[in-house]
Every structure is written in C-alpha cells, then in structure tokens.
Design a binder for this molecule. Structure first.
Ligand code: SF4
Length: 203
C-alpha cells in the first residue's frame, strides 16, 4: 500500500480552495466521538479491508463535490449545536490537500474539536507529505485497517487492532471510549441514517 497520490481535491478552484469529494455530511451525531459532532464522510478508499461496513464509500467517482471552503461554512453553521467534527470515510487521507484545507478552515473559524478516522496507521500518515500538518490539526486519531476477524474494540475502534491516538489534551481515553457504539437517526422526511461502529444487523 503506497502513499496516496493527489486525488480530486487537487483541482483547486480560485478562492474556494481544493475540491472535496464527499459521501455525506451529518450535522449532528452522538456515535462518532465525544459529545455531539458534525460527521463528514469522505468518498473514495483504495485500502480494501475485507468486510468493510461502508463499501458505498469506496468508489472514487465524484459524489458530492464541494470546495473545502463550502464545507467549512457548513461546519461553522452547525457549530452552535456540536462540540466537534469527525472525519470518516472512505479514506480522508486519500484527499490530503482538501482534508488539510478543511481542517485549517475549521481551526481558524471555530473552537471545535477534531476526530479523524483513518485506515492508515499513525506511522503511515506521518510519512505522507502532508501527514504531519494534518495530524497537528486533529485531537484524536482512530487509526489502522479494519480487520473483520478481530472483534470491535472499545472507543470507536471497529476492530480491536486499531489504535486510538490522543494527539492533544482535549480528550481523555475514557471520554473517547464512552462514545455510544451506534445510533439510528429518523429524519423528518422519513429517511433513516445508521451511524457508528456496530454492525446494524446486530442492533
Ligand atoms: S479503510 Fe475504512 S473505508 Fe477503507 S476499506 Fe478499510 S474500513 Fe473500509
């Protein structure tokens, strides 16, 4: 597995920053980190973990293309109802320039905490060209491939081999581990969103 090449985020728009290819944005979740959080799922992942819960996020074809600045604006608009953002996927680190621009904008315009899920390990992220700058803007990293044969671990780990890295003093391990394993959100239009690390078939 190599370091990701520049993806769709490399197509910068004048004044709006890199484009992000996203799967979805959820303005408020209780099952993706401490407290209530905006969740941003990235679109595209080449890591191919067998049994991945989110296969719809794997294709790199454009799904929800937004300039990083527009995503920052959505986060700012939702910021009064949440304490942080969680970035998931798909694989956020496969859109490194867009991810970096998003994090810089969120840090500049809000006091929100940042939790990052990645299939890469901490060492792999540190070796990426923009990895150290991205890590410097995150509070918590949940890292490593999903391994179907390993049972879910405490604290947002979809499989027990994954690691929790407290990158700042913003949260304790206990606070991360208190995150509910799953939630089901019923929207006003009748649609349902499932979120979290638990298998929906086991709820
Ligand atoms: S890194 Fe995440 S999204 Fe990608 S295949 Fe593995 S579990 Fe699925």
């Amino acid at each position: 597995m190599g370091i990701p090449e520049a993806g769709p985020d490399a197509r910068a728009r004048p004044g709006a920053g890199p484009l992000l290819n996203l799967h979805a944005i959820l303005p408020r979740s209780r099952a993706n980190g401490p407290g209530a959080r905006v969740v941003i799922w990235f679109q595209g992942c080449t890591l191919g973990c067998p049994g991945c819960f989110n296969p719809d996020t794997h294709a790199a074809e454009p799904r929800l293309l937004l300039p990083a600045a527009a995503v920052v604006a959505r986060v700012v608009a939702a910021s009064c109802n949440v304490e942080g953002i969680s970035l998931s996927g798909g694989e956020p680190l496969q859109q490194p320039e867009g991810l970096l621009a998003l994090l810089e904008g969120v840090r500049e315009r809000t006091e929100l905490s940042v939790l990052l899920f990645s299939g890469y390990t901490l060492a792999e992220i540190r070796a990426m060209p923009t990895g150290p700058r991205i890590l410097a803007l995150a509070d918590v990293l949940i890292a490593g491939r999903y391994v179907r044969t390993r049972p879910p671990g405490a604290g947002l780990r979809g499989s027990a081999n994954q690691s929790i890295h407290l990158l700042t003093g913003r949260y304790t391990l206990a606070e991360v581990e208190e995150t509910p394993p799953a939630e089901v959100i019923l929207h006003p239009d009748g649609s349902i969103t499932f979120s979290g690390i638990a298998d929906p078939g086991c709820l």
